[in-house]
Design a binder for this molecule. Sequence first.
Ligand SMILES: *Cc1c(COP(=O)(O)O)cnc(C)c1O
Length: 416
Amino acid sequence: MSTADGDAEGFTTRILHSDRRDGIEHGSLHKPVHASVAYGYNDARDLAAVFQGSQSGYSYGRQSNPTVEALQRKITRMEGGVGSIAFGTGMGAIGSTLFALLERGDHVVSSSFLFGNTNSLFASFAGLGLEVDFVDATSAAAVARALRPETRLVFVEAIANPRTQVADLEGIGELCRQRGLLYVVDNTMTSPWLFQPRTVGAGLVINALTKYIAGHGSVLGGAVTDTGLFDWRSFPNIFEGYRKHPPQQWGLQQIRKKGLRDFGASLAPDAAQLVALGAETLALRMDRACANARALADMLARHDRVERVFYPGLPDHPEYERAARLFRHPGAILSFELDPKLDLFEFLNRLEVVVSSSNLGDNRTLAIPVAHTIYFEMGPERRASMDIRDTLIRISVGIEDERDLLADFERALAGG
Ligand SMILES: *Cc1c(COP(=O)(O)O)cnc(C)c1O
């Protein structure tokens, strides 16, 4: 028992035995699905004490649930943090966290290489009186230039999609530490198996559980983890009522109340159990998907019907060395530009193993034509400014047998 929370045990061992060691009724090895929204108390004083925070317990399913809490503990262990809050989706986690922590007049510096919906969310926040600057986060100097006295947080993704830029995670971490700024890292593309943002000084870590952590493309979920590194006493937006607890808890407390409780993007207990099942094999699946991605990137980079390939594991990638230093593997997402003489859609239709689909982090390999789908709403000028060409295809590499995957691409590239 003593080693359960220590660093001595490996990542997968800790996840597999997390529920059991926390003690489950009947000795069951999986945390059961607690499908109750409400919790009853024999002594009404206990109910009041739970509400007032002087006693731990459950009050209402939107705010907490035993199955969801078991998953939160697993995520905290995976990220090496001090606490986590789960949400119904990754966007629920990002939106609720930012909404809970930011106020009118605040300034945010964000990477310009951003998941499309997060980008759209920041645009909505801008309409509510927040100011957001988008900068090239592969350079900490660009982030430093954008900082102002009203800057409250810096937001980046570890690896951005579809072009796989790797943020200057260490440099920005150092900058935020010096300036006392909250550093928020979206770790979805790397997952805690490839990278723990805590190691570069992140205060909050976001994971879209939908992607690698759940892994099977069968459930939505999101989470925010407090790494314990940020000193919440230097954050001016914490409400007076939440300052009664020890400062380490201020941030999550406010996110739980103002974000989860008031916005209500809660994770359902049956979804939490599906995510927890997926999390057990995160390391195994990612090792395999990343090995496949490397083999596929090598093959595509050599192919004469492929123009540019973007994968942080290729030596000509601008952040190749950074990715090698920071990540266990360079990820399982790559993108490439097809020879414009080939019809993009006919090429995708020739793939038999690979599925045309918008998700990522599934066990199955998925392909999507970027400019026509996830970046369509931006329009041609914004796409051009981001160097997103019409021939760009994003691949989320799955765990198929490598041979079958490579053969599928060879066949589709040879046709037409
Ligand atoms: C998918 C994704 C999200 C949003 O997650 P959902 O569960 O789809 O809401 C956020 N950030 C990144 C980097 C993602 O890939």
